[in-house]
Design a protein around this ligand. Structure first.
Ligand code: ZN
Length: 405
C-alpha cells in the first residue's frame, strides 16, 4: 500500500469516527470496505496521535461485545480570532469546538493599534494557556472582507479600510505557529459544517445578517472558494434596480436594502418625515430597537422591517432555486429576532420556490456569537481533520513570502 492510499484511508477513518463520535471497528470496516485488521491498524495510529481513544464496549448482541472507539478532540487546542468591525474576539478551543478561554475587546480603528493589539493579545493568550498546560497548535483568523486564503492577504475590506492587507505576514514575524486567515462568513460556514451539523449535511449555504450581509457555500462538504478569491457574495447581488447606494459602490444590492444598516437608515428616514412611530423616542436607533418595535406592532417599524425582509426572502429564494442546498443557515445580529425573521422569510421562499420538493431547511445557527471564532479556529482544525495529522508539515499550508524588514 503506498503512502498516499494509507494516509487517505487514515483521513477517512478519522472523519467517520469524528462524525459518529463513537463507533466500532466492524462498523468502520463496513463503511470503508477495508478489513477489520486494516481498520485496527489505522485506529492504533490515530490513538498514538491522541485523535482517537478506546471508549469501553458496546452492548452485547450475543457474542463478545465490540470495543468502541471515539473521537478524542480534547488533546489539541486552536486559537480562533474574529476580527469584527466592533469587537475583536479571541477564543481557544479544543478540536470539539469546546471553548476553554475567551476574550472580547473593542476593535481599534487605526492599523498600527490593530496590529499591536492582535500581536500582543495572541502572544499573551498563548502564554497564559501554556501555563495551564493548554498547548495551542495553530491560529485561525476571520476577517471582514475579501481574503486571498493562499497568500493570506486581506484584499478588500469596506468596513475596515485602515487594516493592512498583510495581517498574517506581519503576525508571522513574531509568532512561530501556523496562521490561517479567511473571510469571516466563510469561517462561519466551516463552523456550521463542523459543529452545528447533526445530520451531516454536505451542502449548506450560510448568510450572515449584520450591518453588512455576507454569505458562503459549503458544497460536497467543501468550502466553495470560487475562481477569483471566492466572492460568493449574495449580499452584493442586485435585487432592486436603481435602489439605495451600497457600501460596495453599486446601487440596489441585497445588503443595501436588507441589512441592519438599511433597516436603521429607512427607520430614520421615516422618523425624519414625521411619521407617527415609537421609534421617534428611541435614539440612537439600533436594528434591535426597530425589530422590537415591529414585534410590538408599531406600523412604521413593521413597514420598514417587512420591506427589508421581503427583499431578503426573494434573495434567499434565488439562492435555493440556483443552488438547491440542503440547508440555509442564518447568522449574525439580525438573528437575535429569530422567530420574527423566520416567520417573515420562510413563507416568501415557500411561495416562490421552483422545485417540486420541499424548500431547504432554513434555520438560525445554534453557535450564536461564537460562530466567528469557532469558524476561524476551524481553518486550522480542518488541516488536522483532512490530513489526519497534527504535524503542520503535513497540512499543505501555503507559506506567504515574508516581507523584508
Ligand atoms: Zn453591494
Amino acid at each position: 500500500m503506498n503512502h498516499q492510499t494509507s494516509s487517505s484511508n487514515q483521513t477517512r477513518v478519522l472523519n467517520l469516527i469524528r462524525i459518529h463520535q463513537t463507533t466500532t471497528r466492524t462498523n468502520l470496516a463496513q463503511e470503508t470496505g477495508l478489513t477489520v485488521p486494516a481498520i485496527s491498524n489505522i485506529v492504533r495510529g490515530l490513538e498514538l496521535l491522541k485523535l482517537v481513544k478506546e471508549d469501553g464496549r458496546a452492548e452485547s448482541t450475543g457474542g463478545k461485545p465490540a470495543q468502541l472507539v471515539s473521537f478524542d478532540g480534547t488533546q489539541y487546542f486552536v486559537l480562533g480570532v474574529d476580527m469584527g468591525t466592533t469587537n475583536l474576539r479571541f477564543a481557544v478551543m479544543n478540536l470539539k469546538g469546546q471553548v476553554v478561554y475567551k476574550e472580547i475587546i473593542p476593535t481599534p480603528t487605526t492599523d498600527r493599534t490593530l496590529m499591536n493589539i492582535l500581536d500582543t493579545r495572541i502572544h499573551q493568550i498563548i502564554a497564559d494557556c501554556a501555563s495551564r498546560g493548554i498547548i495551542v497548535v495553530g491560529i485561525g483568523i476571520g476577517a471582514p472582507g475579501i481574503v486571498n486564503r493562499a497568500t493570506g492577504q486581506l484584499i478588500y475590506s469596506p468596513n475596515m479600510k485602515y487594516a493592512t492587507s498583510e495581517i498574517r505576514t506581519e503576525l508571522m514575524r513574531s509568532i512561530d505557529l501556523p496562521i490561517e486567515i479567511h473571510n469571516i462568513t466563510k469561517c462561519m460556514a466551516l463552523a456550521e459544517q463542523n459543529f452545528d451539523n447533526d445530520d451531516g449535511a454536505t451542502d449548506i449555504f450560510c448568510i450572515s445578517l449584520g450591518f453588512g450581509i455576507g454569505s458562503a457555500l459549503i458544497t460536497h462538504s467543501e468550502l466553495y472558494e470560487g475562481a477569483n478569491n471566492g466572492y460568493t457574495e449574495m449580499g452584493h447581488t442586485l435585487i432592486k434596480p436603481n435602489g439605495p447606494l451600497c457600501a460596495c459602490g453599486n446601487h440596489g444590492c441585497v445588503e443595501a436594502v436588507s441589512s441592519i444598516s438599511a433597516i436603521i437608515r429607512d427607520a430614520k428616514t421615516a422618523v425624519d418625515r414625521g411619521e407617527e412611530t415609537i421609534l421617534k423616542t428611541q435614539t440612537p436607533l439600533t436594528g434591535k430597537k426597530v425589530f422590537d418595535a415591529a414585534i410590538a406592532g408599531d406600523p412604521v417599524a413593521i413597514q420598514v422591517v417587512s420591506n427589508a425582509l421581503q427583499y431578503l426572502g426573494i434573495a434567499i429564494t434565488n439562492i435555493t432555486n440556483l443552488l438547491d442546498p440542503q440547508r440555509i443557515v442564518l447568522l449574525g445580529g439580525m438573528t437575535n429576532s429569530k422567530d420574527y425573521l423566520l416567520e417573515k422569510i420562510v413563507p416568501i421562499v415557500q411561495e416562490n420556490h421552483f422545485s417540486v420538493g420541499d424548500i431547504p431547511q432554513i434555520q438560525v445557527s445554534k453557535l450564536g456569537e461564537d460562530a466567528g471564532v469557532i469558524g476561524a479556529a476551524s481553518l486550522i482544525m480542518n488541516h488536522i481533520f483532512q490530513s489526519a495529522s497534527v504535524d503542520p508539515v503535513d497540512w499543505q499550508l501555503t507559506r506567504p513570502v515574508m516581507l523584508a524588514d
